[in-house]
Write a protein that binds this ligand. Structure first.
Ligand SMILES: NC(=O)c1ccc[n+]([C@@H]2O[C@H](COP(=O)([O-])OP(=O)(O)OC[C@H]3O[C@@H](n4cnc5c(N)ncnc54)[C@H](O)[C@@H]3O)[C@@H](O)[C@H]2O)c1
Length: 246
């Protein structure tokens, strides 16, 4: 089992379905956490429940689309914990809209929250990343095979993947940078999709079911830990076989 005592995780989208499991997974293994999310009350309540004394968790409101907020979160990590060992920029949105009806503002919003945020945060955190640190981004099966009615989402996640590889080259040595690419995971984000196309999607998935957030969290933890010490610029698919990379 990975052991993260004394190590610091900065996690965004922390109050979401996958974020909560990543937080729990790292906390149970001894890490201290900076949890950030647009939903301030949710992330603060979450931190209080997990760590009532506030010994190992701090939580903050953060808008992923806002460049300034990335600097604030990085400063908080520096001032409170003295640096960052692991970062998972997981905040994201998944709106439904065919390209024919997509306004420029719809496109920009998804790109800002899902993609610009990763750039803003990685750049802001770089100076305080410690030796033997790791960044794990969350891309998506949609990045690899496209997604009907989610062109902005799939484009943002495709770009997150190539940003991940570029960061792996630029940061290699001190910080490994990898991606996890989930398929259909049971969270609020996919509720509508599962309701509409659940049977078809399950039938297309060799494992015959949707994924659980914990099954993403465990792979994120693997990529952060020393068991993955020579894995860099890579993507691990967590999709039950729904999509297999060639
Ligand atoms: N659930 C899936 O099947 C799936 C598949 C592939 C990739 N992903 C990716 O995993 C990540 C987490 O997804 P999830 O399923 O937990 O989603 P979720 O909807 O359960 O959680 C998303 C979280 O992001 C937060 N958020 C939204 N906009 C924000 C903003 N502007 N600033 C800061 N926080 C913001 C929300 O408040 C929420 O807590 C996302 O990046 C998503 O694209 C999810």
């Amino acid at each position: 089992m990975q052991e993260f005592t004394g190590r610091i995780l900065l996690l965004t989208g922390a109050a979401g379905g996958i974020g909560r499991e990543i937080a729990a997974f790292f906390f149970a293994r001894g890490a201290s956490l900076l949890l950030a999310d647009l939903d301030e009350s949710a992330v603060i309540n979450m931190a209080r429940q997990m760590d009532p004394q506030g010994e190992r968790i701090i939580a903050a409101r953060y808008d992923a689309a806002c460049e300034h907020d990335a600097g604030i979160i990085a400063s908080l990590a520096h001032d409170h914990f003295g640096g960052v060992d692991f970062m998972v920029p997981g905040a994201g949105i998944y709106p439904h809209c065919p390209v024919s009806q997509m306004e420029g503002a719809d496109w920009r919003r998804v790109i800002a929250i899902n993609l610009d945020s990763v750039f803003y945060l990685c750049r802001a955190v770089m100076p305080i990343l410690r030796e033997n640190s790791a960044i794990v981004t969350l891309t998506s099966v949609a990045a690899h095979r496209g997604s009907q009615n989610h062109a902005h989402y799939s484009a943002s996640k495709g770009a997150v993947l190539s940003l991940t590889r570029s960061l792996a080259i630029e940061l290699g040595g001190r910080t490994r940078v990898n991606a996890v690419s989930p398929g259909i995971i049971e969270t609020a984000m996919t509720r509508e999709l599962r309701g509409e196309k659940g049977d078809i999607l399950k039938a297309q998935t060799p494992c015959g079911r949707f994924g659980q957030p914990r099954e993403v969290a465990s792979v994120v933890a693997f990529l952060c830990g020393d068991d993955a010490s020579f894995v860099n610029g890579e993507v691990i698919h967590v999709n039950g076989g729904l999509y297999m990379a060639g």
